[in-house]
Ligand binder design. Structure first.
Ligand SMILES: [Zn+2]
Length: 294
């Protein structure tokens, strides 16, 4: 589905698992934000795209980069290392600490093709906060909004007052901060920054919706979920001490664990909440790995 946002800017909607929405800015210098749009990008002449901007390294956002051979690929410097190399999946990071067996044994559960998972996707130029991207008839500002990953960026078109917030995704299952370099406090700071912009139009990499005039309320609600999760973690620890594995079975982050990867991501995010509670003096952990409320 293609949603025209005005002035040659369109949202290419693909909310399928393992895919992402993309933002396309037509004109004399066509710019594509994300490439995981699949059929939603079918009308774009591959040779025509001058610039690809990836909000971050995850495969659902970068998997189509190779379809646009003349495009210069840009991402934040903190994403470049992983994109230039292999093992793009969040599932490849930190698995051994929480899970039995090898994550490769479960690749059939991943919503992406294993052969695509390990493709290299070179980054030609790195982005920094405050960079302004020339899109020909309009421009796009780079906002470094870490939290989901350390190099995650959002893109803002000031003339059109359109914000593309990437994996600050505004879906029912978010926010996600499972990667080793994800950080809850960074995520909160990034949300505050986007709320302060008060963009007229807000779109993301995964929500089907175009938020017109409601960006402050939807971003604020999204932010409140982080605190609600942390309150549920603390309430569980006040019942009785438990390991992170027992806590994960309570499904505090995700209501369902349809694949082993969701259980893994639940544990990764629970750990970030537990460490945050520990730093604040609300939780402690024994030598045996039992967490309890202070
Ligand atoms: Zn992501």
């Amino acid at each position: 589905m293609i949603v025209a946002l005005g002035n040659g800017v369109s949202l290419r909607v693909n909310t399928g698992f393992g895919s992402s929405n993309c933002l396309f800015i037509e004109g004399e210098r066509p710019v594509l934000v994300e490439t995981g749009g699949g059929k939603a990008l079918a009308d774009i002449e591959p040779e025509s795209v001058a610039l690809i901007v990836n909000t971050h390294r995850h495969i659902d956002h970068v998997k189509g980069n190779g379809r646009f051979p003349r495009a210069t690929v840009c991402a934040h410097a903190r994403e470049k290392g992983v994109m230039d190399d292999v093992a793009l999946s969040v599932a490849s990071s930190g698995w051994d600490r929480f899970m039995d067996g090898c994550y490769e044994d479960y690749l059939a559960d991943l919503p992406v093709q294993p052969q695509g998972l390990h493709d290299c996707r070179p980054v030609h130029e790195t982005l920094s906060d405050g960079d302004v991207i020339d899109c020909g008839h309009t421009r796009m500002e780079v906002l470094h909004t870490p939290g989901h990953t350390s190099g995650h960026c959002s893109l803002f078109l000031p003339e059109e007052e359109i914000l593309f917030s990437g994996d600050i995704c505004l879906t029912a299952v978010g926010p996600c901060y499972a990667d080793p370099d994800a950080d809850i406090d960074d995520f909160l700071t990034s949300l505050d920054r986007l709320i302060a912009i008060k963009p007229k139009t807000l779109v993301t990499s995964h929500s089907r919706k175009v938020y017109n005039g409601s960006s402050v309320s939807v971003l604020s609600e999204f932010k409140s979920r982080i605190f609600q999760r942390e309150e549920r973690v603390l309430a569980a620890l006040q019942d009785h001490p438990m390991t992170i594995h027992a806590l994960a079975k309570m499904k505090i982050i995700y209501a369902h664990h349809p694949s082993i990867f969701v259980l893994f991501w639940e544990k990764c995010m629970l750990e970030k909440h537990l460490m945050r509670l520990k730093r604040a003096g609300y939780a402690m952990v024994s030598d045996e790995g039992l967490w309890s409320a202070v």
